[in-house]
Design a protein around this ligand. Structure first.
Ligand code: FMN
Length: 291
């Protein structure tokens, strides 16, 4: 069967990817979906953010529901590169769907070391999470620093020849960074990560949770970014933000995305991937879209 989309070495059977962090490290995917459902509906699995060394993440509360959205403050808890490769990677590879590793670093050297650490593994690609603060720049997020992103992508490209995506933050000089990614040889842009947000957990004394907002609340905001970026850059765009249905997914595709990722949809219903692909295919036929 011809792939739905091929970007460099990455071959997607369907345009649907499971977004970083919303299926953890994939250990439980086969509790909810059969192997056949996984292979025929999921274009690619994106891992939770992996850092060089283990990270404990933030103390609870880590999740806060808002009308139409979810604030998460996980703090990128993960077992670190070596434990991930030894204890989690084999199961993820056994699903036989393309695997993209989401990388989290605090300086350029971390991302380079991570990319090098996956070179000998059978992973299909990496996705750089540039929403993290760059310690060497006093904690300024990579996503606020176009020069920093340029250096980051250049250095990672030197050691990584397979599929390379940058996951943009929706805030900051987004268009400038997208153009830099294009010039520096990135293969695709994931548009976009969560939006900085705050929830009030306690009124008196005041207790708040600060984190990233995802879910239907952000869909119109991210759709606009996708629509406008698709006219500015030639790089394939992978839309991510608030997709809960086949119609949501199709809206991203008609606005210029070549593929899409689902995040909180997985938390609401672990079988969402199958339902979204089915519904999207029916709608495509109904509207005579995409051949
Ligand atoms: C619980 C949770 C954990 C997440 N962890 C990561 C992560 O480790 N790295 C990352 O780049 N994005 C992470 N994200 C962001 C998602 O991958 C996705 O881009 C975002 O939630 C927007 O999509 P959605 O509205 O469909 O959820 C996380 C989101 C949630 C809800």
């Amino acid at each position: 069967m011809r792939p739905y989309l091929k970007i460099r070495n990455l071959e997607l059977k369907t345009p649907l990817m499971l977004a970083s962090g919303t299926w953890g490290l994939g250990e439980n995917l086969d509790l909810y979906l059969t192997k056949e459902e996984i292979k025929s509906n999921i274009g690619a699995f994106v891992s939770k953010g992996i850092s060089r060394f283990p990270k404990k993440g933030n103390p609870p509360p880590r999740l806060y529901e808002t009308p139409c959205g979810l604030i998460n403050s996980i703090g990128l808890e993960n077992p670190g590169l070596e434990v991930f490769k030894k204890d989690y990677l084999p199961k993820l590879l056994s699903y036989e769907v393309p695997l993209i590793i989401n990388l989290h670093g605090e300086e350029v050297e971390d991302f380079v070391a991570l990319a090098e650490g996956f070179k000998e593994e059978k992973v299909d690609g990496i996705e750089l999470n540039i929403s993290c603060p760059n310690v060497k720049k006093g904690g300024l997020a990579f996503s606020s620093d176009p020069k920093g992103v340029k250096t980051l992508v250049k250095e990672v490209r030197k050691v990584w020849e397979r599929f390379l995506a940058v996951k943009l933050s929706p805030v900051g000089p987004v268009y400038e960074i997208a153009e830099i990614c294009e010039k520096e040889g990135v293969d695709a842009l994931v548009v976009a990560n969560t939006y900085p947000a705050l929830g009030v957990i306690g009124l008196a004394p005041l207790k708040v949770i600060k984190g990233g907002l995802s879910g239907p609340a952000i869909k119109p905001l991210t759709l606009r970014l996708v629509y406008e970026l698709a006219q500015k850059v030639k790089l394939p765009i992978i839309g991510s933000g608030g997709i809960l249905s086949g119609k949501d997914a199709l809206e991203y595709l008609v606005c210029g995305a070549k593929a899409f990722q689902i995040g909180v949809a997985n938390l609401i219903d672990p079988t969402s991937a199958v339902k979204i692909i089915q519904e999207m295919e029916e709608l495509k036929k109904k509207h005579g879209l995409f051949g």
